[in-house]
Design a binder for this molecule. Structure first.
Ligand code: PLP
Length: 415
């Protein structure tokens, strides 16, 4: 019999059924149950669904594409016209030095991030994830056989560079940076990013920079990590980036994002994954993306709206003791309910039952799977310090967030 496996090779990927579900998806189920029982909608602050929608030109573009029969396969990388427009955006707004061969259109940046993890995965490779992270980053790491190692955060919930520098050994590693961050709202300034990049270069790590919330840095301009590599020779570059149309343009359900590779060698790996996993992004949605890039004015308006909600509707949480500082960016605030005597799961369940407000409980943002030598997930614990954390989304209607915060304060006052 012909063997298709190298002698002695062990699977480095866990059994998929052992990978923990995402807490963000679990809370959806709790809300559906609440609504079925009570017959009224819950006030949903658990999910990042924005109050705004894309400009009319975007819908017009998708309708025209369908009407005109622009509904076929495109290249796996996406339409050159869209990638060229993205290169202009990446160059002028993000300061990247890139070209269309290094840019890949993806069906949402979730798919883009999975593609990047597939592209960097290698036997025994590790991924360095923030100790509190978006649960999908963890699922994707495990799905692609990257062993998660969690790095501590500083007092403002940004990556702790000194602690990262103490990580020893010479396994192949990828550092995941997510600024502005989900779920913490932390933003890394240029100095912080430079320190991370210097460390990655000195240790030979690749970097994945998830910049889905680039349009929502409130207190200072967003810095895109890859722009700090523009003066490094392409062969030496190591930063992959992921961007999304979902957040800035309010295009969550359209499923459109894009990723960049640092050089041709890495782009070849990304292309292979795209070919094998998506064939191509949907053509009408790509044409809608070109229309969206032609309407950048909405980005500032959307950011102003979310910042206004943060500054007016979220601010009262500072007086409840549940929130110590307003998030510097993104769509989420991370509350800490430990002083109320309840853990986050109980707080979230009782808040939903008693006040009809849904939040996402924090333990699911800090899971700790134990992966054995054969790459299998043996147990999944959570980080004790995250047992009091709750994520609140403030990208919805300002008045909805205001009412939700009022009810959270009422509930907390009863404890
Ligand atoms: C940190 C982060 N990255 C990426 C995404 C993916 O967004 P999309 O797949 O809609 O582009 C999200 C969505 O919530 C996110 O929070």
């Amino acid at each position: 019999m012909i063997s298709t496996q190298a002698p002695g090779a062990a699977s480095a990927r866990p059994t998929v059924a052992d990978i923990p579900p995402s807490c963000v998806h679990e809370v959806f189920r709790a809300v559906t149950e609440y609504e079925a029982t009570h017959g009224v909608p819950a006030l949903g602050l658990h999910v990042g669904e924005p109050a705004f929608r894309p400009p009319a030109a975007v819908a017009d573009a998708v309708l025209a594409a369908v009407r005109d029969g622009r509904t076929g396969y495109t290249t796996a990388e996406g339409l050159l016209e869209l990638r060229s427009a993205l290169v202009r955006k990446l160059t002028t707004r993000n300061g990247h030095d890139t070209d269309a061969d290094l840019v890949f259109v993806t069906p949402g940046s979730t798919q883009g991030l999975l593609t990047l993890m597939h592209a960097v995965a290698a036997p025994d490779a590790e991924i360095l994830l923030p100790s509190v992270h978006w649960p999908i980053h963890l699922q994707q790491s495990l799905l692609t056989g990257l062993r998660p190692v969690f790095y501590p955060l500083d007092d403002r919930l940004r990556p702790d560079v000194d602690a990262l520098a103490r990580i020893g050994g010479d396994r192949p590693r990828t550092l995941l940076v997510n600024s502005p961050n989900n779920p913490s709202g932390a933003v890394c300034d240029e100095r912080h990013l430079l320190a991370l990049l210097d460390l990655a270069h000195s240790r030979g790590w690749t970097v994945i920079s998830d910049e889905a919330y680039e349009d929502f840095a409130f207190d200072e301009d967003h810095t895109s990590l890859a722009c700090l590599e523009r003066n490094v020779s392409p062969d030496e570059r190591r930063v992959f980036s992921a961007f999304s149309f979902s957040k800035g343009y309010g295009m969550t359900g359209w499923r459109l994002g894009y990723v960049t590779a640092p050089n041709e060698r890495h782009a070849a790996a990304v292309r292979t994954v795209q070919e094998a996993s998506i064939m191509c992004p949907p053509e009408p949605v790509q044409l809608a993306g070109i229309a969206a890039l032609g309407e950048p004015e909405c980005l500032a308006a959307n950011k102003a709206m979310v910042r206004h909600t943060r500054d007016t509707a979220v601010r009262p949480l500072l007086d409840t003791g549940l929130l110590t500082r307003l998030p510097a960016g993104g769509w989420y605030a991370l509350l800490d309910c430990r002083a109320t005597g309840l853990d986050a799961d109980t707080f979230a369940a009782r808040l939903l039952a008693e006040q009809g407000v849904a939040l996402a409980a924090g333990p699911g943002f800090a899971l700790r799977p134990l992966v054995d030598a054969a790459g299998q997930v043996r147990t999944v614990d959570d980080e004790p310090e995250a047992r009091g954390l709750l994520r609140l989304a403030f990208c919805g209607e300002t008045e909805t967030v205001r009412e939700g915060v009022r009810r959270i304060a009422l509930f907390a006052a009863t404890l």
